[in-house]
Design a protein around this ligand. Structure first.
Ligand code: SAM
Length: 251
């Protein structure tokens, strides 16, 4: 996969060298290029922002440097960039399903906004997607883009070792993941559940599935409603209900 990022703060992306993205790059599975939008401003002062028409506080990122940067960046690779993503609090909410969708692409381009955001013409004419990482406003699109890139990179086949496979992670099958334990066997008065020490793979699998269902039922019943439950899941949920009683509001 190839990823290009357009930003006014390229140095921020050094943080990705502390993440799985570095491994993906080292394994030749991901090419990440970070571009400084300021390099594509054509006036003497390399102006990238201007005051908003209509007045008001704050500055708006000008469309021309972003447009020029995009034209340049698109041409550096023969791979088509079908997804040009503007990071925006007004965009589609990022989740694991969208991460999977993006991981299937061979090329992605991210545009990071700053200040009051980018000129509306960028949104209207130059991007295919707008992505938000949640209902809050950050100072710039750099952290949101890094969130998306990290989540996508770990889904590229071969990036995670098989031992760290994303198969069983939270959201991968629509449920939250089961709890994890490591040594010591007992800590802070809590012992590791016996079944995890039993060596019985089928019993461990069943316990994990049940705890995954229990967690999801407790914390994110909305996810449970959306997932296709197997007959075994329904039996396990009945057991959980018998153990704990019906959740507030029921399922
Ligand atoms: N005035 C804009 C609004 O109210 O929608 C917010 C601009 S914000 C201060 C500056 C930039 O940060 C945005 O253009 C966007 O690129 C990025 N940003 C802020 N919050 C974000 C979020 N939750 N998800 C994705 N990008 C975000």
């Amino acid at each position: 996969m190839e990823i290009d990022v357009l930003t006014l703060f390229p140095a921020m992306f050094a943080a990705l060298d502390e993440s799985i993205v570095k491994r993906a790059r080292e394994r030749g599975l991901l090419t990440l290029r970070v571009w400084d939008i300021r390099e594509f401003a054509y006036d003497r002062h390399r102006t990238v922002d201007d005051t908003p028409y209509g007045g008001g506080a704050g500055m708006v990122m000008k469309p021309e440097p972003i447009h020029r940067a995009l034209q340049h960046v698109k041409a550096v690779s023969a791979r088509p960039a079908r997804r040009v993503i503007l990071m925006s609090p007004q965009g589609r909410r990022f989740d694991q399903a969208l991460a999977r969708e993006l991981a299937a692409q061979e090329r992605l381009i991210f545009i990071c906004g700053r200040y009051e955001g980018v000129d509306e013409r960028v949104r209207l004419h130059l991007v295919s997607d707008e992505i938000s990482i949640g209902d809050y406003v950050l100072t710039g699109g750099e952290l949101p883009a890094m969130v998306v890139i990290d989540a996508v990179a770990r889904l590229i086949p071969g990036v995670l070792g098989s031992a760290e496979s994303p198969r069983e992670e939270s959201f991968s099958d629509g449920l939250l993941e089961y709890p994890h334990y490591t040594r010591p066997r007992e800590y802070l008065g809590t012992a590791v559940p016996e079944v995890l020490l039993s060596g019985d793979h089928e019993a461990v699998r069943r316990w994990r599935r049940k705890e995954s269902l229990r967690r999801t039922r407790e914390r994110r019943p909305d996810l449970l409603e959306a997932v296709r439950l197997t007959p075994e899941d329904l039996r396990l949920l009945q057991e959980i209900e018998a153990e704990e009683g019906a959740p507030p509001g029921g399922l």
